[in-house]
Write a protein that binds this ligand. Structure first.
Ligand SMILES: [Zn+2]
Length: 181
């Protein structure tokens, strides 16, 4: 259309060709009926759009807050892991102490009642619930004792020759230190 009016691309608009060089966006009417009465279809579409706009927005779906549930589940798993490791550490402690002629002077050995007592799960309703407290601090104490007294690492499963042997062959005191093994 502009070309038909003598416009050359790249030329400014206006008599002095000083107008903006970018073409002014034209609003083109899509309706085939042009400027006349809007078609029935266009009217229907407009009514539909109005109706759609009038509808209240759908309420957002409420998802249950799963994060706290997952946190609790993870904490239960970690506590159960620590408890199982504590039992292994206590057993190792008893074996090593006994072999060394040392009694349960520190109380780290697993008591028979604890070893044979009811396990740490109980039924609440129909769901088993882990009742174990987090024994990570006790586990740390026993592991530390085993390392310093016997150069024994629970995660390596090895009693080393001496402190230097332990230091050079065991990646560290925590389970995470042994993750790459
Ligand atoms: Zn180790």
């Amino acid at each position: 259309m502009l070309a038909a009016m003598g416009y050359q691309p790249g030329q400014g608009l206006g008599q002095a060709a000083s107008g903006p060089r970018e073409p002014v966006p034209l609003t083109l009417k899509q309706d085939r009926l042009g400027l006349g009465r809007p078609s029935q279809r266009a009217l229907k579409r407009a009514r539909r759009e109005e109706a759609g706009a009038a509808q209240p927005a759908m309420a957002p779906v409420q998802l249950p807050d799963s994060s706290s549930f997952l946190r609790q589940a993870a904490a239960r798993v970690a506590a159960g892991r620590a408890a199982a490791q504590l039992r292994r550490a206590q057993q190792a402690c008893e074996n090593l102490d006994s072999a060394a002629g040392v009694g349960n002077r520190h109380g780290f050995w697993q008591t028979r009642a604890a070893a044979e007592g009811p396990d740490a799960t109980a039924m609440v309703g129909s769901a088993p619930v882990l009742l174990e407290a987090d024994v990570t601090p006790q586990l740390g104490e026993v592991l530390q004792y085993l390392r310093t007294q016997y150069w024994y690492c629970l995660y390596c499963g090895t009693a080393y020759e001496n402190a230097a042997d332990l230091a050079s062959h065991c990646p560290g005191p925590s389970e995470a230190d042994h993750a790459d093994m």
